[in-house]
Design a protein around this ligand. Sequence first.
Ligand SMILES: NC(=O)c1ccc[n+]([C@@H]2O[C@H](COP(=O)([O-])OP(=O)(O)OC[C@H]3O[C@@H](n4cnc5c(N)ncnc54)[C@H](OP(=O)(O)O)[C@@H]3O)[C@@H](O)[C@H]2O)c1
Length: 338
Amino acid sequence: MKVAVFGASGYTGGELLRLLVNHPAEVVAATSKEYVGKPIYLVHPHLKGFYSMKFSSLEEALKGDYDYAFIALPHGLSKDLVPKLMESGVKVVDLGADFRLKDPSLYERWYGFTHPYPDLLERAVYGLPELNREEIKGAELVASPGCNATATILASAPLVKMGASHLIADLKVGSSEAGSKPTKGTHHPYREGAIRPYSPSGHRHQAEAQQELSKLAGRKVKVSLVPHSVSSVRGAFASVHSFLEVDEAELWRAYAKFYSGEPFVRVAQRGTVPNVKSVIGSNFADVGFASDQESGRVTGFAAIDNLIKGAAGQAIQSLNLMAGLDERTGLTIPPLSP
Ligand SMILES: NC(=O)c1ccc[n+]([C@@H]2O[C@H](COP(=O)([O-])OP(=O)(O)OC[C@H]3O[C@@H](n4cnc5c(N)ncnc54)[C@H](OP(=O)(O)O)[C@@H]3O)[C@@H](O)[C@H]2O)c1
């Protein structure tokens, strides 16, 4: 199986290259805009000795011969690239947002452009295996979820199944979520020591979380999501609050049942809570819950590595399903510790 990685010089592209070292797929093209013709180790020194190829341009990579393409480009760039790849029979896993939403009008509202390929939105499958495993298996185009949306959905899916319809998602996220190009808000001197909300109203991942949780529930589920920048590099932690009259034993049964048999979701034992520190470097999502009987609040938790279960690892999980491989292929890496 041959694969191309578009946007291979970025953070999620680099993680795709790293994880694919231990995967049967052969990477035959890796693109960059800035580093065309430069060796991969120049941008990713940790990959020295693993790849002898050089970065190519997007146009050059389009002419290549491969079965699958991962797209790890900024949002807005894949919407015109995907149709070209699919025309030549290439199956695509897009890590960006261009094909995540089903309703084309939502692109105008949330992303500020009119979607040029509404027919492809219908064919695209939202790449969260825990919700859409069977659809991913038959997909030609998978829209891999955003990291905040992944954490929010995994934290709260069992709550939604128990009847929760209004969710408040509070996220803490490391700086790698913002990609490799520093801005005033994301550059290290501004991030180090920071704890602050960003996009506190109308964060874009709200739309996809709402779409998928409503589909799961079979009714409208409202999600309000506020991410906070914290000074770690990796990790996304979601605390998703709702109000439900259920006790801890019911919550335990609901989480254990919902995630039974899931290869990459670990449910925290009762009385313990997940921690980002225990999933870094891996494709695991650790989930858990708490209930405050006094106020009636229930909270679902999820800890992920934003670059792996929130991006590159989850994309490879989808590729495995599309290709008929064992879903865990190349992904059974234990997290780092300490
Ligand atoms: N970071 C996360 O935690 C995360 C999680 C889930 C999903 N995602 C999504 O994954 C995608 C990639 O994110 P990232 O964090 O990896 O971003 P990134 O580090 O900024 O990397 C972006 C990549 O796209 C290339 N690129 C940028 N503009 C381009 C252009 N005009 N033409 C061709 N190539 C261009 C860059 O190439 P050069 O820099 O070499 O020019 C680089 O390879 C985004 O859509 C993001 O929303 C990110």
